[in-house]
Design a protein around this ligand. Structure first.
Ligand code: PEP
Ligand code: MN
Length: 340
């Protein structure tokens, strides 16, 4: 917090403020200008900040006190320094536990999602993904099987012994997704749909929040705070690439943003190298880089026949490629001292 002394405040008055800060165990930094003195207090606990600011503002010679409050609190690492483990079925994400989510971009047929589920389970994935309500950029593209897709995903997950996750695009879809699946995905295009975030949080189910492709890390964390205000802290953050000037990859995977967000929040953060890069050739390298950089998991698109996929075929791994990647993933996870 910043304490602004009034013009003409005496040295003793400034010293009195400093003594108060020291008594509370705060550090301080004094900047004595020509007109007025400004004191920066360091180390104030987020919870008592407002109260201390009010008390200090009563001292003689103090003009005003400006508490620097973080716009996200519940998801802030200040409140939970050790990190949180989020569970989706038996899968664990965060605090040294790496979880792998895999499956097709979109649920197309019963056979396709069953085959995908069996394949990703055999390779060691922990959660089955698949889109039923699809946020397609063009209204003429395949929009997903909707309710029927959610059911097929849930059945395939049950058969393969995998918990499931699928995206809800609007509040009316939340109930269905929450009743049939183990986690709710909020897509990049909906990161700032605050009613949707609250509705998803209120189910008490784990929520995976993808970063909007034009969102800053701070905006992403504030969006997570919306979910947290419902009392639900089972939130998995997912970095999936942001827009940049470069079109060599579909989006620009912001691994530094992922690592920076990890410093700020206790929530697990995973990385989606499929949507970030747009090509199966880069999924492996970026998946491994993400885990080496401290990601708590991955979301990877896997299709039994990517050449026949109705959506995102070029970035989808074949079951064989996914199995090879999982071998490498296990090695990196071991090197970084995590477990899966
Ligand atoms: C998805 O994971 O199915 C998806 C549509 O991704 P994003 O929201 O990151 O574009
Ligand atoms: Mn996709």
């Amino acid at each position: 917090m910043i304490i602004v002394m009034a013009p003409g405040a005496t040295q003793k008055q400034t010293q009195d403020v400093i003594k108060r800060l020291e008594a509370r165990g705060y550090g301080h930094h004094v900047s004595a200008g020509v007109e007025r003195t400004i004191i920066g207090a360091i180390g104030a606990n987020e919870r008592e900040k407002q109260q201390v600011a009010e008390q200090l503002s009563q001292l003689p010679g103090v003009e005003r006190v400006v508490p620097i409050l973080k716009s996200f609190k519940l998801v802030s690492r200040d409140h939970h320094p050790q990190g949180t483990i989020v569970r989706v079925g038996d899968a664990e994400f965060g605090s040294g536990h790496v979880g792998i989510i895999a499956g097709p971009c979109t649920i197309e047929t019963e056979k396709q999602v069953r085959d995908a589920a069996k394949a990703v389970k055999a390779a060691g994935a922990h959660v089955l993904r698949g889109g039923a309500f699809k946020p397609r950029s063009s209204p003429y593209d395949f929009q997903g099987l909707r309710e029927e897709g959610v059911k097929l995903l849930a059945e395939a997950g049950q058969e393969a012994g995998l918990p499931t996750i699928t995206e809800a695009m609007e509040p009316r879809q939340i109930e269905l997704v929450a009743s049939l699946c183990d986690a709710i995905q909020i897509g990049a295009r909906n990161m700032s749909n605050f009613d949707l975030l609250r509705e998803a949080g209120a189910t008490g189910k784990p929520v995976m929040l993808k970063r909007g492709f034009a969102a800053t890390v701070e905006e992403w964390l504030k969006a997570a705070e919306y979910i947290a205000t419902t009392g639900n802290l089972s939130i998995i953050m997912c970095e999936r690439g942001i827009r940049s000037f470069d079109t060599v990859t579909r989006f620009t995977l912001d691994l530094a943003g992922m690592a920076a967000a990890k410093l700020e929040t206790h929530l697990p953060i995973i990385v989606d190298p499929s949507h970030a890069t747009g090509t199966h050739r880069l999924v492996g390298p970026m998946a491994l880089a993400a885990l080496a950089g401290g990601a708590d998991g991955l979301m990877v698109e896997v299709h039994p026949h990517p050449d026949q996929a109705r959506c995102d075929g070029p970035q989808s791994l074949t079951p064989k490629r996914f199995a090879v990647l999982m071998e490498q993933v296990r090695q990196v996870v071991q090197i970084v001292g995590a477990e899966m």
